[in-house]
Design a protein around this ligand. Sequence first.
Ligand code: HEC
Ligand code: HEC
Length: 87
Amino acid sequence: MKKRDVLVLLGGVIILFILWMAPAETTKHIPQDETHQKFYSMIQKDGSAGKKAAEKFCQNCHNKDQVPFPAEHPPKFRCTFCHKLDK
Ligand code: HEC
Ligand code: HEC
């Protein structure tokens, strides 16, 4: 293989990698509604400490009896790691 072919191949792999990364960005944001407004305040005021504080409340409502998770929901270690604020 010529050096140029290797570079073209490498470019393709990088593009595929970026496409593969993309779906995480489409994860639903925390809705900016009355229910979630107080978490926006906490997170905007205290940054990552605010995130940790806010996450303690999520499962008061997001549990199988109230607002159930989709069946294929990934492990829920840190809600705000995947569910960002609406900007
Ligand atoms: C007081 C109850 C309550 C708490 C606490 C709560 N939620 Fe919710 N959440 C809801 C309800 C009800 C819905 C569905 C209706 C809506 O969109 O507001 C919802 C919807 C969502 C959705 C889906 C939005 C969509 O577009 O479908 C996400 C994501 C979410 N909440 C994340 C969180 C996170 C993260 C926390 C903790 C920081 C949290 N919620 C805390 C009640 C709550
Ligand atoms: C590892 C990433 C990740 C973490 C951590 C996580 N989620 Fe999710 N969540 C997802 C994905 C992916 C979906 C599938 C639908 C989507 O794209 O939003 C989802 C879906 C949801 C939905 C349903 C949205 C809808 O209406 O389709 C809610 C509500 C939700 N998550 C709440 C939470 C809460 C509350 C926590 C913390 C206890 C949490 N999630 C932690 C990735 C995550």
